[in-house]
Design a protein around this ligand. Structure first.
Ligand code: NAD
Ligand code: ISE
Length: 337
């Protein structure tokens, strides 16, 4: 039984604790911490886990084999570095860290450790529809890919959400997904700014991002974070011989009063419910078997941070911004790492 300690017991922390304790096999949650000590005490109390005042105490707890970081982005680096220093595997919700420099410090620490300990929470790689799409692409069903059209629509976003977050917090999922889908890096980013939705308040919403992949594939991503009607994630790849896209929003179709309707998921928890289950179940199995994590690596977290920064610069300047990555350490050179 893998014993996991969770740092950050907010929205996704609680959702992951629910799946670790009631859905998945071979895992138990033995410790939690949150700066909001009342929330941590409540969540920890419900599952009989030790409640610590600080995240570092979760990492150091002898009853914790592996760490799950679900606190706010700017706090990720300190906990990931603490886990690496303790030699414990750490699953970190996205982003790996909020600056490229912090991601590089994590890469350096993991490389010095000598084997992979870090996995980053880019769950789309575990989503059934995205996996089907990649299988069709890799099997050559639509020929050589030329373009991909994506949309990332949130019904609404919290009050602290700022305009750059459409790139660093929202489109960052597409940034990771297209690197994995096409097996190549993003070479340059442009951001186009359309007419502003009246539902977006002070945000520049929507945005249209253009990614130039290193092999020439062009990707466009619409981010709309106040679309109101629900959570809608789209993706269509245009190949030389055909197109392939993510399927229907819902397995349910309601026919009523002369219309057919598919329910739209309310948010990411509903849309990616099973992807998060698969993501963490594969992580648990891999670690319980004594292996290294196989999902998105610290390198992937670093690359996403660099592309996000390029996107923010493109938004601020209106220019095309090239992406410059450091040389990839050998630890991450094998496929899938
Ligand atoms: P949230 O605000 O609901 O929860 C974050 C929790 O972290 C809060 O309870 C807060 O008190 C706690 N916290 C803040 N600083 C801390 C610290 N130094 N030590 C310990 N706890 C601390 O936010 P959320 O929506 O749950 O997001 C948390 C993280 O998960 C973010 O990095 C976010 O980007 C990521 N996230 C990922 C997905 C996904 O689809 N993979 C979805 C939502 C959120
Ligand atoms: C949130 O943090 C997530 O990661 C969700 O998957 C994404 O859809 C949302 O836009 C982000 O704010």
């Amino acid at each position: 039984m893998l014993k996991v300690g969770v740092i950050g017991t907010g929205m996704i922390g609680q959702d992951h604790i629910r799946r670790l304790t009631t859905v998945l096999n071979g895992v138990t949650v033995t410790a939690v911490a949150d700066v909001d000590t009342a929330v941590a005490a409540d969540v920890g109390g419900r599952i009989g886990a030790a409640v610590h005042a600080r995240g570092e105490e979760v990492v150091a707890d002898p009853d914790v084999d592996a760490v799950l970081v679900c606190s706010w982005g700017p706090t990720h680096e300190q906990y990931v570095l603490a886990a690496i220093a303790a030699g414990k595997p750490v699953f970190c919700e996205k982003p790996l860290a909020t600056t490229q420099e912090a991601c590089l410090r994590i890469l350096e620490a993991e490389v010095a450790h000598g084997s992979r300990l870090v996995q980053v929470g880019y769950m789309r790689r575990f989503d059934f529809a995205y996996r089907q799409l990649k299988m069709a692409l890799d099997a050559g069903e639509i020929g050589t890919p030329l373009m991909m059209h994506c949309a990332h629509r949130n019904a609404s976003v919290p009050g602290f959400y700022q305009k750059e977050m459409a790139i660093t917090d929202t489109a960052v999922h597409e940034i990771d997904m297209v690197r994995w889908m096409f097996g190549t890096e993003i070479a340059a980013v442009r951001v186009l700014v359309p007419r502003r939705s009246r539902h977006g308040g002070d945000l520049q919403d929507p945005l249209l991002l253009i990614f130039e992949m290193a092999d020439g594939v062009l990707v466009d991503v619409e981010t709309s974070v106040n679309i109101r009607y629900g959570y809608d994630i789209r993706g269509e790849i245009v190949g030389e011989d055909g197109t392939a896209s993510l399927g229907s929003l819902s397995p349910l179709a309601v026919r009523r009063e002369g219309r057919v309707g598919n329910p739209v998921p309310a948010d990411w928890r509903e849309r990616f419910l099973q992807a998060y289950d698969v993501e963490l179940q594969e992580w648990v199995h891999q670690l319980a078997g004594g292996g290294q994590p196989l999902g998105p690596s610290a390198w992937d977290g670093y690359a996403a941070a660099v592309v996000s920064d390029a996107g923010v610069a493109a938004l601020r300047t209106g220019n095309r911004v090239e992406v410059a990555l450091v040389d990839q350490p050998k630890l991450y050179a094998e496929a899938g790492r």
